[in-house]
Every structure is written in C-alpha cells, then in structure tokens.
Write a protein of this length. Sequence first.
Length: 309
Amino acid sequence: MRNLFTFLFRYRGVLVFGLLEVLSLILLVRNSNYHGAAFYNSSNAYVGQVLDWRTRIYDYFRLVQVNQGLVAENAALRQQLYPADTASRVAATLPVSPDSATQARLSQSGRPDSLLLGQQQIPARDPDYPLIPARVINNSLRNVDNYLTLNVGTLDGVKPGMGVLAAAGVVGRVKVSSEHYATVTSVLHSKTSISAKIARDNTFGSIKWLGDDPTHVLLDYIPRQNKLVLGDTVVTSGYNAIFPEGIRIGLIDSFVKEPDKNFWTVRVRLAVDFTKLTYVYVVTSRPKMERDTVETRAGVKPEGEEVRP
C-alpha cells in the first residue's frame, strides 16, 4: 500500500493530466453534435470488429445448437409458406394482386420470396419495404438504455433510422452504421417510442419501455372508456412509416385504471425474446423520406415517432 501511494505521489502530475484529458474528451463528445457523431461512427467500426471476432469464436462452440435452431425455424417457415402439395409451391398467405400479369409471374417462378415477420407476411423484395438479413453480434439487456450490434452496415444498404424486425416481431431502430456494422436502439430503451394499435379494434397508442423488465413494455394513451381484453394482440400502426403496418409487438398481459389518469395503464408482454435474439431483418420504407419532408414542412410530428438518443 505504501508503494502504491508513493507511485501515485511521484506521478501525480501525469495522472491528473490524463484524468483531465479524458474528462475534456467526454464533455466534448456529449456537448458537440459533430464530435459526438464522429466519435460514434469511428468507435462503431472498431467495437463492431471486436464483437464480430468474439461472436465467431462463440458461434464455433455452439454450432450444433445453432444448426438445430435453424433446422426447426426452416421447417416452421416452410410449413407456413407452402401448402402440402409440393407440385405447386406457391405461398398460400402471400398477398397477390388480382391482375393476370402478377398471377402469371407467380405461377412461372413457383417460389415467391417472402418472410413471415411478426405474424405479418412480408415479401423480401417488396419495393416499399426491402429487407436486409443480419446477425446480432452484441445485445445488452441490463441497462436502462439498451442497444444491439449487427454485422451489416452501409455497404449492405443499412442507414440510420431503419427499422429492425425479428421473426417474432419488432426489435428496434438503427442508430449508427459504419461500413460493416450497425448499432440499433432496442425496444428496451428509455427513449424508444413506437406507434402501435390493438389489432382487435384498431385503438391507437404508443409503446414505451419502463426500464426494468425486458419482457414487458407499456402501452400508453388508451382511453379509459375503451374495452380491453387480456391477450389482445398489439401491432405496429404504420403511422411513422418505420415499420410496415400490422407487425406484431406483443400481447396485453394486464391493465389497470388509475384514479388520476384518463388512460389505461396497459402492460404488454413482448413477442420477441431479447435474451435469445440471434437473427434479424433490417427494413426501410422508401416513401419515408418524402413523407418526412412533407410533414416537416407542415410542422407535424409523426404519431409515435421514436426518439433518437
């Protein structure tokens, strides 16, 4: 202990200088938008590379488990997408335009490219909502503000503001992207707000996380006069154009009438299990830029717009 104090006293000038340098850099990044963006963009690339190496090593030792999960998922997807008759492999639930040209294209290809995400059938080549598959290489759950890291970036077409979906439902929104990696603001984030509705009666509300339980979120702004049912499905409303309409968020688990509020306090059990999240899809709406421009000119804030921390 005496040697430690002697060392600290001898190099006190260098240590204080280093501490002040670190403190000044932290203040600069937090209070300057330009330097903050530059820091996140550069650090995202280096941290993403390290996380990618770690994930590769981890995946190598759990290949059997991953393969079993992929086989089970593929079997479930094939059962949902294709009828029992293998002679005509056309998705039974794929939305098909009634015009004859579309019918002819589907019959010739025989295998329309589509995915069932959050109980919503989405074509992978939809011109309005193109999908980019990604692997989760880092995922935080214990913080108030949680993030995910994906192994896709700007070279794959990923940009900040894009939505992220899993097979079970909504995951989050891209915050920062480098060439090969992207950081995603999770649904489990204190500043995340997602425009939602109850599928049964189309009552609109807003999804927010309470900051404690990674399996539940709060559905705000449901009027007290509305009738609620346990097990009601909550889906995206499509108001903010980040996610397609009708993507599953979760099920109503409980609801309480607060005496001092005009709205229900509704708890929703998330459809996505963030503790086991492995593969996701990045989705973007091509009309979103035009829509944002029009709403900005009109001074309108989109309902349920997610705050970008």
